[in-house]
Ligand binder design. Structure first.
Ligand code: SIN
Ligand code: CO
Length: 390
């Protein structure tokens, strides 16, 4: 059972990181994730990019920009070996959602346990030969860029905003001017760079190079509104026509006052206890949804083998390609997995799933009160992962 230390410099506490750096300024964490060293080689990732179910992109860059032609080309998965024939000198292949292919890699999310699980998105890898990059750009999310193999030069520039203009007619968001360069360093395997949202960045492979992006996410209001509507559909009271005050008005007009009255009733409902219930449920469902479809597991463990493995010292851990989280409610704890509320769990099962959601590694004595078939089901659902390693 390997416990992974937090990915922060010794001199910075998680509280300090969250108040001083998170969403505000970049941070270099030298050897923040040494576990990545030797974990994968470029060929492993090239192989993965060719898998039928992989979410991969191949980005190629022409040596120079020709009038009227894009300089970059993007090919999305499924990728075939032929796509890698006759590549220009500079190219990058990106593969998303690596946790589903390697739960061991997914476990490295524990190094970022100061970020709640529901704000973690996925691990993406980029492979590029010397000179490869994805151009100068910014992202809307926080990312920890972890060097896994070889080295990459990272430059950081200005913070961007909605007005930042991208190069026209390219298949990816890029710009030419990063403003004043505030950081310019070469990251070696094991080093990690935290980049806040909207900070321009540019990473160029110095040699055969694997960079792992531990990307974060937050819901947008549209997702919440969408989910609110879904949940509200089950509330028959909301289908009753509203009572509205009436004043004399031209029969052809829809008055602003009428719209205001409807808006006020909507806001009142949202601010009532019923509204709280709907909003809490909507937010829980949205943030516990997985971003990628589940891949069909290659093999499952039957209940007897699972119990045997636990007796032999295996550990149960959250599987970070799935979302398992909980929230306090008036009735106690409610658990969610992959966008769904888990109903019908008894107190013991709830307590064990909470510990797993919090990143604890559990062993046989911790789960002895749980029905083996139920444990087996959790494994099959992908909520938990079994680590056979000593
Ligand atoms: C890369 O790994 O090359 C790109 C990652 C990023 O810029 O977010
Ligand atoms: Co980026």
């Amino acid at each position: 059972m390997t416990l992974i230390p937090l990915c922060l410099p010794d001199s910075i506490t998680p509280e300090q990181f969250l108040s001083e750096y998170w969403q505000k300024k970049p941070l270099l964490i030298k050897q923040g994730l040494p576990q990545l060293i030797g974990m994968f080689e470029p060929d492993d990732m090239l192989g993965l990019a060719l898998e039928e179910d992989a979410s991969a992109r191949l980005l190629t860059q022409a040596a120079s920009k020709q009038e009227g032609l894009p300089q970059w080309q993007l090919k999305k998965s499924p990728l075939a070996e032929a796509d890698f024939d006759n590549l220009p000198e500079q190219w990058t292949v990106l593969v998303q959602n690596l946790e589903q292919w390697s739960p061991e890699l997914g476990q490295l999310w524990q190094a970022f346990d100061f970020i709640p699980q529901w704000q973690r998105d996925d691990i993406m890898v980029s492979y590029a030969p010397k000179g490869g990059s994805v151009g100068k750009h910014y992202d809307d999310y926080d990312v920890f860029l972890a060097q896994g193999f070889g080295s990459r030069r990272w430059q950081l520039g200005k913070f961007c905003d909605k007005a930042t203009e991208f190069v026209a007619d390219e298949p990816i968001r890029l710009f030419d001017d990063m403003g004043e360069i505030i950081f310019d360093e070469i990251l070696e395997a094991g080093d990690v760079l935290y980049v806040p949202p909207k900070l321009s960045h540019f990473g160029v492979a110095q040699d055969d190079c694997l960079t792992f992006s531990f990307g974060c996410r937050r819901p947008n209001l549209m997702q919440i509104i969408d989910s609110l509507a879904d949940i509200a559909t089950n509330d028959s009271d909301l289908f009753i026509p509203m009572l509205l005050p009436q004043s004399m008005q031209a029969s052809g007009e829809l008055q602003v006052d009428s719209i205001e009255a409807i808006k006020n009733q909507l806001l009142q409902m949202l601010q009532s206890e019923r509204g709280d219930d709907i909003i809490r449920q909507a937010v829980s469902e949205v943030v516990s949804k997985r971003q990628y479809d589940a891949l069909v597991p290659e093999e499952t463990l039957d209940t007897d083998d699972l119990m045997q493995a636990l007796n032999d010292g295996a550990t149960l851990q959250a599987d970070y390609s799935n979302r398992l989280l909980y929230r306090q409610t008036n009735d106690g704890i409610t658990l969610y997995a992959n966008g769904q509320r888990l109903d019908g769990l008894d107190d013991k099962a709830t307590a064990v799933l909470m510990r797993l959601a919090n990143g604890e590694h559990l062993q046989s004595p911790d789960v002895m009160d749980i029905d083996p078939d139920e444990l087996s089901e959790w494994l099959e659902n992908g909520w938990v992962w079994i680590d056979f390693a000593e």
